[in-house]
Design a protein around this ligand. Structure first.
Ligand code: PLP
Length: 383
């Protein structure tokens, strides 16, 4: 990892990075520049590519001062040269893959990632002449064996959705470099507070900002970070294909990220305690959480994240899929919902599998454990 000892602490950067008093009014908080267009600086009608400096903006699809602050904050936290925001996590995943890869290229992709990312990769990329192999990303020999001369990228989530597989980013970066391919890491579950993939040799880091970066479940957004050379074409793609973030959502992201470190500490603490409780419960057959020593990625994750394992876990119940649905229905505080990374606990029974994904919120842990206790206890065949 890079030496961060001389730079400000993550907490300080989360609050201050990218922010400055508004140059027009002195407003201490970044205003929402809720405007589609900007007065052009002269009569030539020639709009420049915005540099992010006041006066350089001309149309919000291409760039906006509020969006720019969100991008600068995330770039700083990820240790990246630049970042670019989009309307959703899928917006940056599609933009990143379609700029890094060209027809004839090949993608090596983890087979355990978010199902909609998988759907995009297996449905859309082959249509455009890009071949794909889906692979167990924890099997490094299989990953190395899947590389072809035309492999342009390896894509993985650091902590996978929903099974919490842990990707060995150092080793994947070595394989990618040897193949002259890009390593692209979806860091949605860990956030830069737990781990900065670029420090491990990744070329691009992607987020569904809808999740922990926002933290409050009130905005759908995505962001990609990396070198200026890689971000520039993604920025052009997002403008051309028309998927920019709205200034209001960028503002919600700026506000959310100021407390990322505080929320993540609590998510990690609560998820570890809940996973230990669930692991000891007779109705629970298996707990997938890298904080538990029995998890296959425990040691790797410990080393990479400083023993912080995030707020996501998944459980299999002894009573099977029907019990999973009932558990989700019996919980009082947890909402049965897709998405994750919210301050509130969210649970999702995973269709077709004996699995409930739990996005552990920041509530008082004794209340969460009591809630799971009553929900697991209500149904005699849950066990
Ligand atoms: C790991 C991961 N990546 C990407 C996405 C897609 O993000 P969005 O829903 O913001 O488009 C999700 C959504 O759940 C996700 O969990």
């Amino acid at each position: 990892m890079s030496d961060q000892s001389s730079s400000p602490d993550f907490a300080t950067l989360a609050v201050h990075a990218g922010e400055r008093p508004d140059p027009a009014t002195g407003a201490q908080n970044t205003p929402i520049y809720q405007t589609a267009t900007f007065e052009l600086p002269d009569t030539s009608g020639q709009a420049k590519q915005p540099s992010g400096q006041p006066g350089d903006y001309f149309y919000t699809r291409e760039g906006n001062p509020t969006t720019h602050v969100f991008e600068e904050k995330l770039a700083t936290l990820e240790g990246a040269e630049q970042a670019v925001a989009s309307a959703s996590g899928m917006g940056v995943i599609s933009a990143a893959l379609l700029t890094v890869l060209n027809p004839g290229d090949h993608l090596v992709c983890s087979d355990a990632i978010y199902p909609v990312s998988q759907d995009f990769i297996t449905s859309e990329l082959p249509r455009l002449g890009i071949t794909v192999v889906m692979i167990d990303i924890t099997d490094l020999d299989a990953v190395a064996g899947a590389i072809r001369p035309e492999t342009g990228a390896i894509l993985t989530e650091f902590l996978s959705n929903p099974t919490l597989d842990v990707a060995d980013l150092d080793a994947l970066a070595v394989i990618a470099r040897k193949a002259d391919a890009r390593l692209i890491v979806d860091n949605t579950f860990a956030t830069p507070y737990l781990l900065r993939p670029l420090d491990y040799g990744a070329d691009l880091v992607l987020h569904s900002a809808t999740k922990y970066l926002s933290g409050h479940g009130d905005a759908v957004a995505g962001i990609a970070a990396g070198s200026a050379d890689l971000i520039a074409p993604i920025r052009r793609f997002i403008a051309r294909y028309g998927s920019p973030i709205s200034p209001f959502n960028a503002w919600l992201l700026i506000r959310g990220m100021k407390t990322l470190h505080l929320r993540m500490d609590r998510h990690c603490e609560n998820a570890l305690a809940l996973s230990r409780y669930l692991d000891a419960h007779a109705a629970v057959r298996n707990v997938m959480y890298p904080g538990l020593p029995a998890h296959p990625g425990h040691d790797l994750c410990s080393r990479m994240t400083g023993e912080r394992f995030g707020g996501m876990l998944a459980i299999e119940l002894a009573g099977g899929e029907a019990a999973c649905g009932r558990l989700a229905g019996e919980l009082e505080y947890a909402c049965r919902a897709v998405s994750l990374g919210d301050v509130s606990t969210l649970v999702l029974p995973w269709t077709g599998r004996n699995l409930v994904r739990v996005s552990v919120g920041i509530e008082e842990i004794s209340d969460l454990i009591s809630d799971f206790d009553q929900a697991l206890g209500t149904n005699s065949d849950m066990a």
